[in-house]
Each structure stands twice: as structure tokens, then as C-alpha cells.
Design a protein around this ligand. Structure first.
Ligand code: ZN
Length: 312
């Protein structure tokens, strides 16, 4: 199976430009990976998924950040030391870690107190772990990218996160890759090779379309290339496909930067529209400026239906 997936990595990945991209094109992206240590991973695969992702990041010299759900470190209420050690592997690989809450509760349907509890509970092990490694826990990623459904709620949550010492990690290259990943995980467990193949092809086409859509939207809104932030998840699909994805970014002229470097782009100081949904920050800026942006590329209907059926 690993041979099959290796071959698949070489498939699709349609290149966009007529012009030849170069590394001096100035395009930059920070790679952020959510739902650590492992999103919907089968028992016994967490270590392999982690090692595959980390070795690929290192091979491409990507200074990535992983966002942790501490709740995933527990099994039946007990801390699983093997899962905890996966976080150490991220730090030992030179990557940064951030807080993604304990239980991955979205801000739209929780009270301020519930949100705060989930944030604080999400750093009980993470903050001391970072300190042991000489690092400071400093970034927060909202679950579902829900940042507060009203201006007042958003401002309250932002102030709370600031008091707790967090810088918010926005996303420009947003996507629904987790839908492909969830279907892929199930196809893998069912040993359905042809479905896995189809999902990989669909993922590659979807991801390239999604990135190029957001790149074009930001380009026309700002009149320049901004420092982008990609969101993907720590899952089995990305463990096999990250090499192809990062190679594609390189072919499109991107270099890989830290989240800290990306956030120096003044675009991240712009006002954002409030939304109960997990929109890309590009869409939030466009809406705040009174624009009516188009919707991003959609997941293939058959994949969406498969996902919906599996989630029932
Ligand atoms: Zn998440």
C-alpha cells in the first residue's frame, strides 16, 4: 500500500501558471497543522502518521506549527504517555506547537466561560512541555475557525486570549481537506484501494484549486502577494500526501516561512468581518471592506455525500 500511495503522490497536482515559477517570486506560506496529535487516526497508527508528517516537513525545510487538542492525549480519562510523546517529537523536530483547546469546542455555540475553560484546559500539559524545551506557548488557533459570532463576543474572546498570552493564528489558505481525509481513513480501514486512489486524486485537484482560488482573491484584494497561512490537519491522508503538496507549493513559487514571519505582513492588521462560520481571513477582510467575494471551490459532491453518511 505504501508503494501505491507513493506513486499516487506523483499523480495529478495540476500546475497553474503559464509563466515559469521561481523561488524568487516572493510567494510565501506558513504551514499550520491542526488537531494534534492525530485527527481520526486508527489506533496503532498515530506514531507513524506523526513521523511521516515530521520527516516530510524536515525534508522540505518547513518551519511548521502544530495545534494541539490536549483532550486527544487521554484515553478513558487517563493520560496516554505514548500520545503525549508525539508532541515531544514535534518539538524535537524543531517545530512549534500551539493551543487548539482541550475538546475542540467552537466559539459560536459556547459561552465565554465555556470557551475560556476549554482554552485553559488545553494548555495544562502543553505550556510546561514547551517550557521544558525552552519555548514559550504563544499561539492559539480557534476550533472550526469560529472566532465569535458577534463583534462584542469576538472582542471579548480576543481580549481573553490576549490576557492568557496568546497571539491568534489566522488562516488564509482555508479548505475542507478534512472531509477527504475522513473518507480516506475509512477507505483505508476497509482496504478499499480504488476508493483511496480516487480520494487522493480528488484531494490533489481540490487542494490546488483551493489554494489558487485564495491566492487570486488575496492578489486582487491587496494588489500583491501576501504572506499566506495554510491550514491542514494531522491525519493519515496528509501523512501520505504532504510531500506532494509541499513539492507543488515549491513548483508554484512558494517558500516556507514561520507563522511568526507570516504575521508580520500588515494584511493581518486589517479589520475582519464577524462571522459564526470558519471563513478564510481573506473572506473576512473582503466582507469588512464591503465586497461580495465568490465562494471557494467545493468538495466533490460524491465525497461530501460519503462524508455526511459516515458522520451519521
Ligand atoms: Zn481543529
Amino acid at each position: 500500500m505504501r508503494i501505491l500511495t507513493s506513486l499516487l503522490m506523483l499523480a495529478a497536482w495540476p500546475l497553474s501558471a503559464q509563466e515559469t515559477p521561481t523561488s524568487s517570486s516572493g510567494k510565501r506560506v506558513a504551514i499550520t497543522i491542526d488537531d494534534l496529535p492525530c485527527a481520526h487516526c486508527a489506533e496503532g497508527t498515530w506514531r507513524q502518521v506523526t513521523d511521516d508528517i515530521l520527516s516530510t516537513l524536515k525534508a522540505h525545510r518547513v518551519p511548521a506549527i502544530g495545534f494541539v487538542n490536549e483532550g486527544k492525549l487521554y484515553r478513558e480519562g487517563l493520560l496516554d504517555s505514548a500520545r503525549f510523546q508525539l508532541l515531544e517529537r514535534w518539538l524535537e523536530a524543531g517545530m512549534e506547537l500551539g493551543n487548539h483547546t482541550f475538546a475542540h469546542r467552537g466559539a459560536t455555540r459556547t459561552t465565554v466561560a465555556e470557551f475560556e475553560e476549554d482554552v485553559v484546559k488545553g494548555e495544562q500539559l502543553l505550556r510546561p512541555l514547551m517550557e521544558q524545551h525552552g519555548r514559550t506557548l504563544r499561539y492559539f488557533r480557534h476550533p472550526f475557525l469560529q472566532t465569535g459570532a458577534t463583534p462584542h463576543r469576538r472582542d471579548t474572546l480576543n481580549a481573553l486570549l490576549g490576557e492568557l498570552g496568546y497571539t491568534i493564528a489566522p488562516v488564509t489558505f482555508d479548505n475542507d481537506e478534512y472531509i477527504y481525509a475522513f473518507c480516506y481513513e475509512h477507505a483505508k480501514r476497509a482496504k478499499d484501494d480504488s476508493l483511496m486512489h480516487a480520494l487522493v486524486e480528488g484531494y490533489q485537484t481540490y487542494m490546488s484549486k483551493s489554494v489558487l482560488f485564495h491566492e487570486a482573491e488575496a492578489g486582487s484584494f491587496f494588489g500583491r502577494d501576501i504572506a499566506h497561512i495554510l491550514l491542514i490537519h494531522a491525519n493519515t491522508l496528509n501523512a501520505t500526501q504532504l510531500d506532494g503538496l509541499l513539492t507543488w507549493f515549491g513548483q508554484e513559487g512558494y517558500s516556507f516561512i514561520t507563522l511568526e514571519e507570516a504575521l508580520k505582513d500588515p494584511c493581518y492588521q486589517l479589520p475582519e468581518a464577524t462571522t459564526p462560520y470558519g471563513f478564510s481571513w481573506i473572506r473576512r477582510w473582503q466582507l469588512a471592506a464591503g465586497n461580495k467575494p465568490p465562494w471557494p471551490p467545493e468538495i466533490q459532491p460524491e465525497v461530501q455525500q460519503r462524508y455526511d453518511a459516515l458522520r451519521k
